[in-house]
Design a binder for this molecule. Sequence first.
Ligand code: ZN
Length: 421
Amino acid sequence: MIFKKKTSHGFTFLVSFIIVALAVMFQAADVHALDINNMYSPLNKKRPFRSKTQYIILHTTEGALEGSLRKVHRFGETHYFVTPSGKVYRIIDRKKIATHAGRSMWKGQTTLDNISIGIEVVGFHDQDITQAQYTALRQLLRQLKKIYRIKDKNILTHSMVAYGRPNIFHPRKHRGRKKCGMFFSHPDVRKRLGLLPGPKRDPDVAAGRLVVADPDLNRFLYKPPKVLAALNGPKDSSVSQSMVIDQGNNAWRIAREKYDAPSTIYTYPNGQKLRGNEIRKWDSIPVGTRVSLAEEDCEQEFEKFLEVGKDGNTVQDLAGNLYADPTTIYFFPDGLIRTGAEMKKSSSLRKLLKNPPKGTRLLVGYIYGGYVQKGRSAIRIAGRKWNYPSTFYRMPDGRILNGDDVEKKSIPSGTLIFIMK
Ligand SMILES: [Zn+2]
């Protein structure tokens, strides 16, 4: 009995010692602990929970702190936001969906927002970040990797996963829609972030699902230059240079998918100004034309409705060879809604499919969910995707809302639902 008590005392002492030692260690670590501040987006409450988390995707804001923070906060476009002074803001709860990657694909899986965490770092795709950002990002990544058991090879850049639909410059689905976060793919940068080198090749290009539209970007991502510093000219000159059209720099390379947007302004050498949607001949823009882009570039926009005739786009431009597919849904100006497959089968509608009127809108890659009715709720139809930002509701009054905008209880009978595949 006495012997036993003695052991127990010794044991208690040992345990106390360990606790004190651990406390001292943690305190020491705490000095450099990551300080995350909540700045939740107004959309955070409505965003659904992710069912799995396979990737972390790194972004650069391509703009200054204030404007970038305002934008991602307003649209719920990231989980974390890292400022130049190393401050980290939480914008969307890490368990929920943030709309940060837009049209994206990796290893054949699309819409990576549903399976990834996004981190926005204030900076530019081809510029170094601050020491404070390295420190904060490194710690943030370490935490997230541990929580979700994410391997280093699954920590990617937005430029690696973004892809574009066919357009005038690139007739096939292509990689190169974004240069965002490009810099984070370099082995030296990854090393400073505590990461092993990234993927050696683009799995979707290798499998033929996508083609390379920007060979320079592709080379940087997968065959990086040995010396990183050689790439980084002073920021101002590289930015102004890259916004001017010349032999090696066409409208797509400068503006990417915004090349034909009304908000993209082309100033010709003779002073004439044209908007992207006013230009017809893309191969005859004179060398020396300056391109200016609107600042607000919402990632979600790419997944919204596409319009026939807008920016000179035909159905083929918008849907490619999926124009007669069940997953391409047509919204005609007169209110008729049909899938491409339905129209192909019907002799009376086939003509309409061949030549849809200007103003016809399209959803590509969507499932027609049908009508909400008694006993057939939105959740019954769309499952866990009912409140995804990518799910669309056509209300009986004709308005179109997305999952961010609807409340469970106020979806009336007669509402049509469209769910992204
Ligand atoms: Zn991005």
